[in-house]
Design a protein around this ligand. Structure first.
Ligand SMILES: Nc1ncnc2c1ncn2[C@@H]1O[C@H](COP(=O)(O)OP(=O)(O)OP(=O)(O)O)[C@@H](O)[C@H]1O
Length: 823
């Protein structure tokens, strides 16, 4: 009998067949190889792939003993098993909601490791959210134990790219870069505008500004503005700046001779144009690499906006920082430009699995293409009917034509059975989908239908509720929850309230509170969004990355240590004159304390700076020796942070909340220690995790989300989740479909919401005036999506009228209509 030695992956066998990548399956032990090489079947398998695959598979079954069962108890259907154990190396699993895509993905990993002897470290598993990555990791840990599971790379696109960029050979000495989140990016844009405003004001309006409030390295910003033509009179670049700075409030400020402020809407708009500019630059880069025509500037984007994006990029680089777009875009460029790194990645990750493939955008697709092109070993799952991220650049075609062009050997498997939802829910979902107008073809599959896997004897009807106002809609939801809990013994965790926009949670939350129903709003204030925790994180970021001027700006005088704005401006001015960055200038002043006198910095400011720099020096020394948790505790202790919190909080409740979040930070630090150990690198990884997780806006309530609570979440955040009872609320015309959004994508969102429900689904709306759309004085009506669905439900359920309960305001359990469903 053959032992279970870790098999060497089979590139050696592929010598016997250069036109297919069969060997990449990594199935064979050396002794197998001998048998296969003499097999005429295999020598010819390329000519008749399908028939010979099964022959090859049966041959393998003969020689691969069945002593390596998949160590998992979860059953697989025939369809699922076929995909999991396929001998093909490029596989596309096309499947509807609840059909077991996640299960198939994890089983494929188990199959690769347990049956094919693939080393865990050669597996790369890409998910779209940190939460999904976490879930997969936990499942695999249960199966293989934590050590082996840790060898695998399971993570989001961002965490994968951060990992690659931190390899020494990729980013040299700067691999301790900080990752800037959305808020940091907005601060960078704001600083550029403030620096520009200062410079322009002095010239154009004769204002003497007392110095800049721009964060980061002010003088470098001004220099960059000059170099790129933003301060040149009459230039289109300067016109762009003027347009941004010419708000009403600003003219009032200027009339009063004050420095103006920059409205946050302008900053957001600029950040948006920066993103589009950078994407355009990357598109040009890729076109050049692929010998294609250079694409034209997209509609609405100006040349000067491209230059503004360069200003932004330069500011980031000076701070040794990358933002989220950078992470993936830089890796794509790196893999194109650097054959050595590309080969390294391809050798490192020979087996690539991707979840939710329908949501990949151009850059993510290019990354996968580059990583998988050599080995042609790719296993993806997706559902184009659940594509809901078109608004941020995802394209359905990646799952369709692109895959077929780039991976010609791709084989498609379809899973049509839905294991999640009751037959009524599956039917309702199919009705919604039957009106779709987008191209739903995948290869030769024309349209994908969904059938319930289990025909239950009793199912709860779909409830459609129409109410006069939001209050009665919310009250209905509350009373249904209370009824199901008391009569059917459902627990709070069985319920989810889904809505299109976050603001809707504000109406539902109080109604639940009044009824004493425990709930959590997914995506709101996880601990790292707490202002005070952010201060501590800024300290840790500056300790970890001495070039991070924005982190330095953030924490320098928090808690207050007497360093006023004037002192900061003096240091920044001195930095500029001496061609130093702000952090470099502070270091220099710290060592050569004479400079304080030269700069006219008073004792308060001097003591504050000395005290800050001593603290940072001590923390940097400690960071290589003690754990992140100890470092965090030391920081809290040295800052006397509890006293600070007592001073800044209004009441005991607020103080308690902040303390709770500090506690959560400590727990996160403890966990990171278990994962990353001790030292500077560990600190870097910890901060990276926090930023990447925090960026995932829909993180379920951070660590505070309880299991036994009703969940309130947006339809987008509900993707991939399932609940016994789902209330899809506010299905009204101004919200679902949302005004100005793509109708087809909104339909898919509706579909995603419906298919989250296992046992019971309610679709509700109300007729009150729209609080969201100012210009709409009309009474709202039910969503056209829902209206159409409602009529069609009636038709679809004509044979089974009990399948829909229209105006579901009747309490459950009445008139014997309500079947006894267990929760
Ligand atoms: N073969 C099976 N037998 C029984 N239950 C199954 C089977 N496959 C999957 N399930 C169950 O069906 C539910 C849905 O599975 P899973 O989450 O993997 O679906 P999915 O295709 O990823 O769904 P979605 O696209 O909606 O996120 C889960 O509760 C899972 O445990």
């Amino acid at each position: 009998m053959l032992g279970r030695t870790p098999a060497s992956p089979l590139h050696t066998v592929s010598h016997s067949c250069s036109s297919c990548s069969w060997s990449q399956c990594g199935v064979l032990l050396p002794s197998h190889r001998r048998q296969l090489q003499v097999s005429p079947l295999l020598l010819h398998h390329c000519q008749q792939p399908v028939r010979t695959w099964s022959l090859a598979a049966s041959l393998l079954q003969e020689i691969t003993p069945s002593t390596a069962p998949i160590p998992s108890r979860e059953p697989l259907s025939k369809e699922q098993l076929a995909a999991v154990e396929s001998m093909d190396t490029c596989i596309r699993v096309v499947a509807g909601p609840g059909s077991g895509k996640t299960r198939v993905l994890t089983h494929r990993v188990v199959h690769l490791i347990s049956n094919c002897g693939v080393p865990a470290h050669e597996i790369l598993f890409i998910t779209f959210t940190n939460k999904a990555a976490q879930e997969i990791r936990e499942r695999l840990e249960k199966i293989f134990g934590s050590e082996l599971a840790r060898d695998m790379m399971v993570g989001t696109f961002h965490s994968l790219c951060a990992k690659i960029l931190r390899w020494k050979l990729c980013s040299g000495a700067h691999n301790n870069f900080a990752i800037y989140d959305e808020e940091d990016s907005l601060r960078v844009v704001r600083s550029i505008l403030i620096a520009a405003q200062d410079a322009c004001s002095q010239e154009d309006y004769g204002l003497m500004t007392s110095g800049s409030k721009a964060e980061g390295n002010y003088s470098d910003l001004v220099l960059d503005l000059k170099t790129l033509g933003f301060l040149t009179n009459g230039s289109s670049e300067k016109r762009l700046l003027r347009k941004c700075l010419a708000s009403k409030e600003n003219s009032v400020q200027r009339d009063k001779g004050k420095a103006a402020s920059v409205p946050s809407a302008t900053i957001k708009k600029l950040l948006d144009s920066i993103r589009r500019s950078r994407l355009h630059k990357l598109t040009c880069f890729l076109a050049e690499r692929k010998n294609l025509n250079v694409p034209q500037l997209p509609k609405g984007l100006q040349e000067e906006e491209l230059k503004f994006a360069t200003l932004y990029e330069n500011a980031l680089r000076r701070n040794n920082a990358l933002d989220f777009d950078d992470l993936i875009q830089l890796v794509v460029q790196l893999l194109h430009n650097n054959g050595y790194v590309r080969e390294l990645c391809q050798k490192r990750w020979k087996y690539i699995l991707v979840d939710e493939f329908q949501d990949t955008d151009m850059v993510q697709y290019e990354l996968i293409r580059l990583l998988a092109s050599e080995n042609q070993n790719l296993f993806i799952v997706g559902d184009i009917d659940q594509a809901i991220y078109g608004w941020r650049g995802a394209e359905i075609k990646h799952m369709q034509k692109s895959l077929e062009e780039d991976f010609p050997a791709i084989r498609t498997f379809q899973l049509g059975e839905n294991y999640r939802s009751s037959s009524y829910i599956v039917k309702a979902a199919s009705v919604v989908l039957s009106f779709s107008r987008y191209d739903r073809r995948i290869g030769s599959l024309r349209s994908l239908s969904l059938v319930p896997a289990v025909k239950e004897r009793k199912a709860a009807p779909i409830g459609i509720g129409e109410f006069n106002d939001q209050t009665s809609e919310a009250n209905f939801v509350v009373s249904e929850i209370l009824n199901l809990v008391s009569k059917r013994k459902a627990n709070w965790g069985s319920f989810a309230l889904l809505y299109r926009t976050r603001v809707q949670a504000l109406q539902l939350g109080p109604a639940l509170s009044r009824a004493k129903i425990p709930y959590s709003i997914v995506g709101i204030t996880p601990f790292y969004a707490d202002k005070e925790v952010k201060t501590l994180l800024a300290y840790l970021q500056y300790v970890s990355n001495p070039d991070n001027a924005f982190a330095l700006d953030y924490c320098l005088n928090k808690p207050s240590r007497g360093i006023g704005n004037k002192t900061i401006e003096k240091v920044k001015g001195w930095a500029g004159n001496n061609k130093l960055s702000f952090p470099q200038a502070l270091e220099k002043i710290f060592v050569e304390s004479m400079t304080f006198k030269q700069l006219g910095i008073r004792s308060n400011g001097r003591d504050g700076i000395m005290n800050f720099m001593e603290l940072i020096r001590d923390l940097r020394e400690l960071s290589s020796k003690i754990s992140i948790a100890q470092l965090t505790r030391t920081l809290i202790y040295k800052l006397n942070f509890e006293d600070h919190l007592l001073k800044v909080t209004k009441d005991e409740e607020e103080f308690r909340r902040h303390m709770e979040r500090l506690q959560q930070l400590s727990v996160a630090a403890e966990n990171a220690q278990a994962l990353y150990g001790v030292g500077d690198k560990a600190l870097c990884s910890f901060l990276e995790d926090i930023t990447l997780v925090a960026s995932n806006e829909e993180t379920p309530g951070g660590d505070t989300a309880g299991v036994n609570e009703v969940k309130l979440l947006t339809l987008h955040a509900s993707k991939g989740l399932e609940f016994d009872v789902v209330f899809l609320v506010g299905a009204r015309d101004d919200l679902l479909p949302l005004e100005d959004a793509d109708d087809e994508e909104e339909r898919r969102l509706f579909y995603v919401g419906i298919t989250r429900a296992r046992k019971r689904l309610y679709l509700t709306f109300n007729h009150s005036r729209s609080p969201w759309v100012d210009s709409n004085p009309q009474m709202s009506s039910g969503s056209t999506l829902l209206e159409v669905a409602k009529c069609e439900f009636m038709l679809a359920f004509a044979q089974k009228p009990e399948g829909v309960m229209y105006q579901a305001m009747e309490p459950v359990g009445r008139d014997g209509v309500e079947p006894e469903i267990e929760y």
